[in-house]
Design a protein around this ligand. Structure first.
Ligand code: AMP
Length: 490
């Protein structure tokens, strides 16, 4: 049992807001982070969305800023004092909504700015003066350049979902933004994973930070039943539908690696009679919020999404997550499957791996420090190969729309960034070799790293790991998990 908020002796206006929210006790990240931030220390926090980390940084920042609270209408009396940077607009909106709720009994003002929207209303809010500014990096730089946002009085900076910001390619933007801020400040960095890049970012911009971890970094929840199936690219959709039907899964997230693949798969599943919505960076803000609402209400069965579009969405306890494409970054695997099996509920995470995904699966295995086993999935004969429709993008039409016109390449996050779009791997021509000749499928398994933890699916009751009599026993695969160098070394 964690401690009560009363222990913190928050300003009555903030304590009232917490009570209004109905929170009874602090979550572990809150219990650990709030006192540290109240002391003015920098924090490096390993915590995912859903742990209560927004309150963990917002409440102590607001508490410390209460000394600046004033009723003046003059913008000069409301300079930006706290800056919260996030990788996506959805996440920015969610955090801004929470900050507004926590600050509602105070006179502190907050605003959110993100790309893909008209700058004018954002400009008007900024010009009126706000103490807490929540922003995505690209749009914030636009406002800085337009002199709408002045950051020379910032006392607190939060880099939220920092690993994601680096993945997206926001590092140069972050560096520029941080260069505008006073050196004397409190910096909080939250990240679901602590990659070497994150550690470098922290050592450059944080001073003597307190490290707070609420779960082992890069850990996957033990309540998630994970399966990796060897599925040819063209059979993935059929495999997905089969598992959904056999397991009676009512709602799931389906992750793909590209916007184009996302839209195509969603259309294809829709034709299959499944209520499906695509969520990717090309969708307007309105469309994305509507898609989310429909999914939350249960009107949509499948949310087909890209990593960037799904990041930070406050949707918990999705019964199943499918990795239709193996993610390019192993960290994304942790993020993706973190959507299921939350808060003690059991969840299912299914990944479809084709032979060309070998290296990506090895990366995941190394990151989660768990040997992975590839299972075979037998699909019913007699159906047309499922991939034909949605995979026709793989025959050289990567940058074309459905009418074959060239599409401009847009970055997934819809923001300025130095990153060029990731290759749309899922849509590359990828006819796998026949299974029986492919070492990916044939060689006996040897773990590339010693297992540190018992994989959830191995400790789970045997009955729950089999989904159908059609599924052959798991085959262990060495070639899949051994890189060339490792093979030579051993
Ligand atoms: P976050 O990880 O900040 O996205 O928070 C996830 C969800 O947990 C949000 O819907 C919050 O409103 C909720 N939440 C945050 N702190 C608490 C708390 N102490 N008790 C109950 N719910 C909370």
């Amino acid at each position: 049992m964690t401690a009560s908020f009363s222990k913190l002796q928050l300003n009555p206006a903030l304590a009232q807001a917490v009570a209004d929210m109905g929170y009874e006790s602090m979550t572990p990240i809150q219990e650990q982070a709030i006192p540290v931030v109240l002391q003015g220390r920098d924090v490096m926090g390993a915590a995912q969305t859903g742990t209560g980390k927004t309150a963990a940084f917002s409440l102590p920042l607001l508490q410390r800023m209460m000394v600046h609270e004033n009723p003046s209408t003059s913008p000069a009396r409301h300079p930006v004092r706290a800056l919260v940077l996030l990788p996506t607009r959805e996440l920015a909106v969610q955090v801004a909504e929470q900050v507004k709720l926590y600050a509602k009994h105070t006179k502190l003002r907050s605003a959110v700015v993100f790309g893909g929207m008209d700058m004018k209303p954002q400009t008007a809010e900024l010009k009126a003066g706000v103490e807490v500014l929540i922003a995505t990096p690209g749009r914030l730089l636009d406002h800085i350049e337009a002199k709408n946002a002045v950051l020379n009085q910032v006392e607190y900076v939060v880099l939220d979902e920092a690993d994601r910001m680096l993945d997206i390619g926001f590092l140069p933007d972050l560096q520029r933004i941080l260069s505008y801020l006073p050196k004397k400040r409190t910096t909080l960095l939250f990240s679901a994973t602590f990659s070497p890049e994150i550690k470098r970012l922290a050592s450059s911009y944080l001073q003597d930070p307190v490290t707070i971890e609420v779960a082992r970094s890069n850990a996957t929840a033990s309540t998630v039943e994970q399966h990796f199936y060897a599925v040819a690219v063209d059979d993935k959709r059929r495999a997905l539908v089969k598992i959904l039907r056999e397991r009676g899964i009512t709602q799931a997230f389906v992750f793909v690696n590209s916007k184009l693949g996302c839209a195509r798969l969603a259309r294809s599943l829709e034709r299959e009679g499944l209520k499906t919505t695509a969520l990717h960076g090309d969708k307007s803000q309105d469309e994305r919020l509507k898609a989310l609402e429909s999914f939350k209400k249960g009107e949509v069965e499948l949310l087909v999404c890209t990593d960037v579009a799904a990041r930070g969405l406050d949707i918990k306890d999705v019964p199943a997550v499918f990795n239709f494409d193996v993610p390019f970054n192993a960290e994304d695997y942790v993020h993706r499957i973190g959507r299921t099996g939350r808060a003690g509920a059991s969840g299912l995470a299914v990944t479809f791996a084709s032979p060309s995904d070998q290296r990506l699966v090895v990366d995941i295995e190394k990151l989660i420090k768990t040997p992975l086993e590839l299972e075979a999935l037998e699909l019913d004969e007699g159906q047309a190969p499922s991939g034909e429709r949605f995979n026709d993008g793989g025959r050289g039409q990567r940058s074309r729309d459905d009418e074959g016109r060239r599409r401009p390449e847009r970055s997934e996050h819809g923001e300025r960034s130095s990153r060029t779009d990731r290759p749309e791997r899922a849509e590359r021509p990828a006819r796998p070799a026949p299974k029986s000749r492919d070492p990916f499928f044939d060689q006996p398994y040897q773990a590339s790293t010693p297992a540190e933890v018992t994989p959830a699916w191995e400790s789970a009751p045997k009955t729950s790991t089999r989904i159908s009599a059609n599924i052959k026993p798991k085959r262990k695969l060495a070639a899949l998990f051994k890189t060339d160098t490792e093979s030579q070394a051993s």
